[in-house]
Write a protein that binds this ligand. Structure first.
Ligand code: NI
Ligand code: MN
Length: 228
């Protein structure tokens, strides 16, 4: 399984058969390592409705035919824009030809202001667990720290966790290092930092704080890859 960090919270996951793109914010992302029209994906996954996560999902879905797997209200909103969607909700597994997907709790919000500047609420934010070809990947989305992260790892041990460390909107390095204790993943990649000045936190500080907690921390540059 190969992960490519695309910058901000965007990631590409390539298995033998499929290519998943998660939170594909590329257009307007100063750290994006690829352009939206270069993306080859067979599935799109989105954690919540903020623009820095939905990003280019609709155009990628329309161009490639990849369905968007996401939360219920967000999925319906994207379906109304012409995307093929699988609108799920928190806590239940959905089976797919590649494996299965579950949306988890996240402490955050989920809205857009694209409809005339007034916030349009798009259901509850989520993290997502993806199981495919014998590997389990957790993308935490945007979230504060919560101790029930333990339940995610109890349900299915994690090979890889993508955790936000940018502070301000999400966990910072210290809370994210506590998340590593709760989640016990084999590998961790910090995300959602350095894209904009307010989230300029230090991934090396996170790596240091997470040391000795049982996970391998991989600080990837946008475009950087991890085989796991
Ligand atoms: Ni957000
Ligand atoms: Mn965000």
């Amino acid at each position: 399984m190969k992960l490519t960090y695309l910058g901000h919270a965007a990631a590409l996951l390539e298995s033998a058969k499929e290519t998943f793109i998660l939170d594909p914010f590329l257009t307007g992302n100063p750290k994006a390592s690829i352009k939206a029209d270069q993306v080859k994906a067979t599935y799109v996954l989105i954690t919540h409705g903020h623009g820095d996560h939905v990003g280019d999902a609709v155009s990628i879905s329309k161009r490639t035919g990849a369905p968007i797997i996401t939360t219920f209200e967000l999925g319906n909103w994207l379906a109304a824009q012409g995307a093929k969607t699988v609108p799920m909700n928190h806590g239940g597994w959905a089976k797919f030809p590649f494996g299965r997907v579950k949306f988890t709790f996240a402490i955050h919000s989920s809205s857009t202001t694209e409809d005339g500047g007034r916030p349009l609420y798009l259901g509850d934010p989520a993290g997502v667990v993806l199981e495919t070809e014998g590997k389990t990947i957790y993308h935490a989305g945007d979230t504060a720290l919560f101790s029930d992260m333990r339940l995610i790892a109890e349900d299915t041990p994690l090979d890889l966790a993508l955790l936000p460390i940018g502070d301000y909107y999400t966990m910072g390095p210290k809370d994210a290092s506590r998340a590593v204790e709760f989640l016990q993943p084999k590998n961790v990649v910090p995300i959602h930092y350095g894209t904009f000045p307010v989230i300029d936190s230090d991934p090396q500080e996170f790596a240091k704080l997470a040391q000795g907690k049982g996970a391998k921390v991989h600080v990837l540059r946008p475009g950087g890859t991890l085989d796991f």
